[in-house]
Design a protein around this ligand. Structure first.
Ligand SMILES: C[S@@+](CC[C@H](N)C(=O)[O-])C[C@H]1O[C@@H](n2cnc3c(N)ncnc32)[C@H](O)[C@@H]1O
Length: 190
């Protein structure tokens, strides 16, 4: 079975999610993809929800994976993206099948973060890149976000940029912090 995490929340708010969220930062994602040492033809958007982040990426074939079926339905019907149900800790994708893995605003919701990093490494081809866009819990706005998500009962576990980059390194990636701030980007080359 899937780890439940905060998924019930996203199941409920799926019809409203895109009304509340700004577009994903395509420039930050592109800066992460630039770290890859192979062409990016196949992109996997993990915890991709309604496809908001995948929609900000043009070029590669895009597949959205998420545990929330209502969110995936929107990725398909609103954005016309390919989307499959799956847990970040056990991806429904073959070894070495993609050139980039993306996780945007979702890593802190994952109940099995170490498994998600290992799965990204497994499904990436050599030279592919794992790009994570997250929120820094040590930033003043990050502290507010942590408090707000915990206040509504989420199990979010946020990590600082350096902590996340170190976790990727420990799983065999060559990781860098691409940009810092309330929102930050870490990219790890496989
Ligand atoms: C804040 S939304 C972000 C969605 C999308 N990445 C975006 O940027 O709009 C977090 C997503 O993580 C998904 N999620 C939570 N736990 C997950 C898991 N174990 N595996 C896959 N997706 C998960 C939720 O269902 C939700 O769609």
């Amino acid at each position: 079975m899937y780890g439940t995490g905060d998924v019930g929340f996203f199941d409920r708010i799926a019809p409203l999610y895109d009304l509340a969220m700004p577009p994903a930062d395509g420039d930050a994602l592109a800066a992460g993809f630039d770290r890859a040492t192979r062409p990016i033809d196949r992109l996997l958007d993990v915890g991709g929800g309604s496809g908001r982040a995948a929609a900000a990426v043009t070029g590669p074939d895009r597949l959205v994976v998420d545990v929330s079926r209502p969110m995936l339905r929107r990725a398909r019907t609103v954005r016309g993206l390919s989307a499959v149900a799956g847990d970040a800790g056990r991806l429904p994708v073959a070894d070495g099948a993609v050139d980039a893995v993306l996780v945007v605003d979702a890593f802190h919701h994952l109940p099995a973060q170490a498994a998600a990093i290992d799965e990204a490494a497994r499904v990436l081809a050599p030279g592919g890149v794992f790009v994570v866009r997250e929120f820094d819990p040590t930033h003043p706005l990050g502290r507010l976000l942590v408090a707000a998500e915990h206040a509504i009962g989420m199990g979010s576990r946020f990590r600082s940029p350096d902590d996340l980059a170190a976790a990727l390194d420990a799983s065999g990636f060559d990781a860098v912090v691409v940009d810092r701030g309330f929102g930050y980007t870490v990219a790890g080359v496989r």
